[in-house]
Ligand binder design. Structure first.
Ligand code: NAD
Ligand code: LMR
Length: 329
């Protein structure tokens, strides 16, 4: 079988980091052939065409075809998996929400093109910031495509959250589980360790021996470090995260398609779970089962945690209202 994958912004930094890993089988595995559609704007076509030449030179056995286009109708034709990366990144001193005016206009037309041209079970992952609200805009314009098919990438935040715990606990990162991100892919996000385990033991218990006052460490050190990691990368590197973002996007899509063993995090449409207004695309603890994300239900959420979730959701509501005021929703 061959899967058709559309990458918007394929001529950009994250696009370049994604393409070769997808062609090498890092997304769907060693048996699944892929057809790539590289969607760009005219200014980005040269970079995407260059990447297509290099893909050819990679002689990837799984890569059946590469198409470069600036026409969304062609880009999303028969698309099974869409990675919507094409958008402007933020620079130093900006918040991701500052990109709303610059980027929001991209996602309505792309949502409409997906509805018109993609395959009937298309799955869409929005990477371009502000990712949650861009996913909402795309979904709102995609008549006939279930809102559950539009997701926003918050897996990078979860990977960061697990990696920071691994470093503090001096434990291998793959022994750390259940660290969901709630809310927006922004500085208000809530990385939640209350259900997390390290090698099967509660993380909060393991942390106590190392950091002492766990609630203070979470509030003053850990949560800000994770939530502001994107800004830290921009400050140190001079531009926003690339390879780690591409890696997280692959994690997200791979889990969506192949299923999860345990919880992970994704921005998915709310049906009112955990007090998040229905219709918003918020990050939740999720499982992937039979190609569908399911929000993990019945979790105990403390008052402190709920206040953090509510604060991030309040920002999502503000973004939605700002987009409505721009006439894009
Ligand atoms: P980049 O500037 O290197 O590449 C963006 C590409 O998108 C450019 O080639 C540009 O020509 C193209 N583009 C712009 N408008 C387009 C459109 N309408 N259709 C198709 N292509 C279009 O940026 P990057 O570093 O690759 O980052 C891309 C986006 O991803 C940014 O918004 C960034 O903030 C975001 N991002 C999100 C996460 C996350 O975790 N959700 C992580 C890192 C970066
Ligand atoms: C990130 O989290 O690294 C990206 O969203 C880029 C950014 O602007 O922080």
């Amino acid at each position: 079988m061959t899967t058709t994958i559309t990458i918007s912004g394929a001529g950009g930094q994250i696009g370049y980091a994604l393409l070769f890993r997808i062609a090498a089988g890092d997304l769907l595995g060693p048996d699944e052939r892929v057809r790539l559609r590289l969607l760009e704007i005219p200014q980005g076509i040269g970079a995407a065409e260059g990447a297509a030449l290099e893909l050819q030179d990679g002689a990837f056995g799984l890569l059946e075809h590469v198409e470069v286009t600036d026409d969304a109708a062609v880009g999303f034709d028969g698309c099974d998996l869409a990675l919507l990366v094409g958008a402007r990144p933020r620079g130093p001193g900006m918040e991701r929400g500052d990109l709303l005016a610059a980027n929001a206009g991209i996602f309505g037309p792309q949502g409409a093109a997906i509805a018109a041209h993609a395959s009937s079970d298309v799955r869409v992952t929005v990477v371009g910031n502000p990712a949650n609200t861009n996913a909402l805009i795309a979904s709102a314009s995609a008549d006939g495509v279930p809102a559950e098919r539009f997701t926003a990438l918050t897996r990078l935040d979860e990977n960061r959250a697990r990696a920071q715990l691994a470093q503090t606990l001096a434990a291998p990162v793959d022994t750390i589980r259940r660290v969901p991100i709630w809310g927006n892919h922004s500085a208000t996000q809530f990385p939640d360790v209350s259900h997390a385990t390290v090698a099967g033991r509660p993380v909060t218990e393991a942390l106590e021996a190392i950091v002492g006052d766990v609630p203070a460490w979470l509030a003053d050190t850990y949560i800000p470090r994770v939530a502001k990691r994107g800004a830290e990368i921009i400050q140190v590197r001079g531009s926003s995260s690339v390879a780690s973002a591409a890696n997280a996007a692959l994690d997200h899509v791979r889990d969506w398609v192949h299923g999860t063993e345990d919880w992970t995090s994704a921005g998915v449409v709310s049906h009112g779970e955990y007090g998040v207004p229905a219709g918003l695309i918020s990050s939740f603890p999720v499982r992937a089962v039979d190609g569908e994300w399911q929000i993990v239900d019945g979790l105990e959420v403390s008052e402190w945690a709920q206040a953090r979730i509510d604060a991030s959701v309040a920002e999502l509501i503000e973004e939605r209202d700002a987009v409505r005021a721009l006439g894009l929703l």
